[in-house]
Structures are given as structure tokens and as C-alpha cells.
Design a protein around this ligand. Structure first.
Ligand code: SF4
Length: 388
């Protein structure tokens, strides 16, 4: 399998009044074409910061300081890597929602309460597929007058580009009022709405033609999350990033959404990057898993290896803290708490909570090393470094 999105030694910091929060420290991940990759860890370990850094949507006072984010758009051709950190914001805008889409945890925050569902799904098509839709309308229109609109608009845009200016708002307003242009825009919106109904139907939502007329407050939580997924899938992304997409849903809806993601992964999208703290979700859906702790990667392996033979003490403790039906006695927990990342522990960031700590763990930062086939661990119990 070939690479799709890769981070190399990614460092992200937040500059706060209390000091610099070292949220990501040299994180290297690789999501392959055709796989579901899970990123797990406790709340605040840096999972969301990692994916937001990859999408370049980290906001002030955060900053991606070092590293590379490589996107490989062509499966099987690793030489065509695009370093996203070197690209302009305009390029990133064209990529987000098109080749790479993201679903957020809270559908209420992702949807605009004063826009109809149809308008919100249509926005994706109008932003990323306008040219394609214009061509289609141009071919469909029987009126010769209408067929001239698209070239006319292109001519106008070209003239402005040559003049090095953006079209004046007042001019666009005046043009928008000319009946022939009005008709054109109406057709464009109708085409976007038709595509929106199509994608909503594809996600198994009944009465899609009715749903597009409704507003977010008219829908249930599960339905809203499906609409958010529809927006994310509108332009057939190669990678879908789901950031705790099922955390706020009750278990039955959660199961439906996970099943939907699994189906989509088989039919519609190449790869999924799943951010979660739920190990059950990981076991059910992922092919490969990375475990994060306090801004560092602890362990990266295939899902079976992580569950059958976890190597890092933190991964072992995480798995032991999951309740089991056969378990008797008290539920095990990880003693201590997540460190303050303004002053993270020296050496291995897990050392204050680790039961197998050695002297070297306090001094030196353990690097990820391969300890089995495609199984990487950052722990001195598994490296050749001398133990104290
Ligand atoms: Fe524990 Fe040391 Fe391994 Fe860190 S490096 S997990 S402190 S044994």
C-alpha cells in the first residue's frame, strides 16, 4: 500500500500567557491509501492538534513550527509528494473539502443554524465543483442566449485578472440583477441542490428532497452528523478525517454512524483517519493504530498487534483500563494525571506515571524504533539502549 498523507517530525506549539504549550513534539505518522488509521489517546494528548496541523487549521496562538506534511495525491506514486506546509492558503482552501475532508465532533457547531440543509451541502459543490457544474449547465441549456453566459463570465474574470483586480462588489451586484445572469445563477443553485439530494440519499437518509428544505434544529443528533458527513463527502475526498465524530452520540446512533463510515470506506473513499479515545471503536474499524501521549507518539502498529501484544507501558495501561465482561474486582486505572505541556516531563513524557521506569527514562527522549514487522514503539524497554 502506498502513502497518502504523512507527517515528518511535526512540532506544534501554542504561545499562551502561561508559557509555550508544547502540544506536538516530533510526530511522524503515515496514512496509506485504502486504509483506516486510528489515532488514540486520552483527552488533551494532541490528537486533534495533530490533524488540525495536517489540515493547516491551527489558529492563533498556535503555530506549526517544524516538520513536513506530505500529501501523495496519486496512489502508487510516492515521488509526487506535495509539502502542504509550503503551499499557499488558497491552495489549502481548494484541498480542504475536496481531496481531504474533515468531520468534527459536534455537528451543531459544524452546521449553520440559519441556513437550510440544502444550502449548506450545496456550498461544497458551489465552491469546489463550480466549473464542472457550469460546463454541464452550458451543455444542457437549449437557449442560445444562456449558452453565452458562461463564456461571458469567463471573459469578465479574465479581464479583471489581466487588470490585476478583483471584480468590484457593486459590479457583481449589478450583473447579478440582469435577468439572464439571474437565470444562470438559479440553474447553478438548482444543479448544486440536485447533487446535494443525491449525496444525502446515498447516505441512506430517507426523504432527501424534503430534508434539504429543513434547518439543523429540525433534525436529530444522528441525522445532523449524517448531514455533516454528506458535506464532507460531497466532492469525493480521497481522505476523510473523523475527529471524535461519534463521541457525542448515543451508542445506537454511534454504531450506525460507524457502520456508515465502514460502508463508505469500501465504496466511496480511499482512506479514513479516525481520531478517538474509544478503543472499542478502534478495534472495530481500524487497520492501523497510533497511540499518543502528551504530544508524543508511543506506539504505532497494525490493530491486531496493538490489541494482542501491546508493547508500550502506556498502551498496556490503556487497554487494561477498558472494562471487560469477564473482569472481576476493581477497574484498573492509570495512576497520576496528564502532564502540563508548558513544562512537560524530561525524557519520556510518560515517566511520572510509568511503573517500569528506569533512570534513562528521566534523562533521554525515547525514539520510535521498529520492534516487529511494522510495529514501532518509543520506550527504553524495547530499544538497544543500555538500561540502568
Ligand atoms: Fe516507561 Fe521508560 Fe518506557 Fe517511558 S521509556 S514508558 S518511562 S519504561
Amino acid at each position: 500500500m502506498t502513502k497518502l498523507l504523512e507527517t515528518v517530525d511535526l512540532v506544534t506549539n501554542f504561545y499562551t500567557y502561561e508559557g509555550v504549550v508544547k502540544a506536538l513534539d516530533k510526530v511522524s505518522l503515515s496514512v496509506k491509501h485504502g486504509t483506516t488509521f486510528g489515532l488514540v489517546g486520552e483527552s488533551g494528548c494532541g490528537k486533534s492538534v495533530a490533524v488540525r496541523s495536517m489540515m493547516r487549521i491551527i489558529q492563533e496562538p498556535g503555530k506549526v513550527e517544524e516538520g513536513r506534511i506530505l500529501f501523495y495525491p496519486n496512489a502508487g506514486d510516492d515521488s509526487q509528494a506535495i509539502d502542504l506546509l509550503q503551499k499557499s492558503e488558497a491552495y489549502m482552501q481548494s484541498l480542504r473539502g475536496d481531496s481531504i475532508s474533515m468531520i468534527f465532533q459536534e455537528p451543531n457547531a459544524a452546521l449553520n443554524p440559519i441556513m437550510s440543509i440544502g444550502d449548506q451541502v450545496s456550498e461544497s459543490f458551489l465552491f469546489h465543483r463550480k466549473k464542472e457544474m457550469c460546463k454541464k449547465i452550458n451543455e444542457d441549456l437549449s437557449s442560445a442566449n444562456c449558452r453565452t453566459i458562461y463564456p461571458l463570465k469567463k471573459l469578465l474574470q479574465t479581464l479583471y485578472r489581466i487588470a490585476g483586480k478583483k471584480p468590484d462588489a457593486w459590479l457583481l451586484k449589478v450583473i447579478g440583477r440582469i435577468p439572464i445572469f439571474k437565470r444562470w445563477n438559479k440553474r447553478l443553485r438548482q444543479e448544486a441542490l440536485r447533487r446535494s439530494v443525491e449525496i444525502i440519499e446515498k447516505l441512506g437518509i430517507p426523504h432527501a428532497a424534503e430534508i434539504v428544505k429543513r434547518y439543523p434544529h429540525n433534525l436529530s443528533g444522528g441525522m445532523k452528523q449524517r448531514i455533516v458527513i454528506a458535506i464532507a463527502l460531497a466532492c469525493n475526498p480521497v481522505l476523510l478525517i473523523a475527529d471524535e465524530a461519534t463521541s457525542n452520540l448515543d451508542v445506537t446512533i454511534q454504531a450506525q454512524i460507524l457502520e456508515l463510515l465502514r460502508e463508505l470506506k469500501q465504496k466511496e473513499i480511499s482512506s479514513v483517519l479516525l481520531i478517538t479515545h474509544d478503543l472499542g471503536v478502534v478495534a472495530e474499524t481500524c487497520d492501523r493504530v497510533a497511540v499518543m501521549y502528551a504530544g508524543n507518539l508511543c506506539e504505532v502498529a497494525d490493530v491486531k498487534d496493538i490489541f494482542r501484544s501491546p508493547k508500550h507501558p502506556y498502551t498496556q495501561a490503556l487497554l487494561n483500563s477498558v472494562p471487560k465482561l469477564s473482569q472481576e474486582g476493581e477497574l484498573q486505572s492509570i495512576e497520576g494525571s496528564v502532564p502540563n505541556l508548558v513544562t512537560p516531563p524530561s525524557g519520556c513524557r510518560f515517566h511520572p506515571r510509568c511503573k517500569q521506569i528506569m533512570d534513562i527514562c528521566r534523562r533521554e527522549f525515547p525514539k520510535l524504533v521498529e520492534v516487529g514487522t511494522d510495529h514501532f514503539v518509543a520506550c527504553y524497554l524495547w530499544t538497544d539502549q543500555p538500561r540502568d
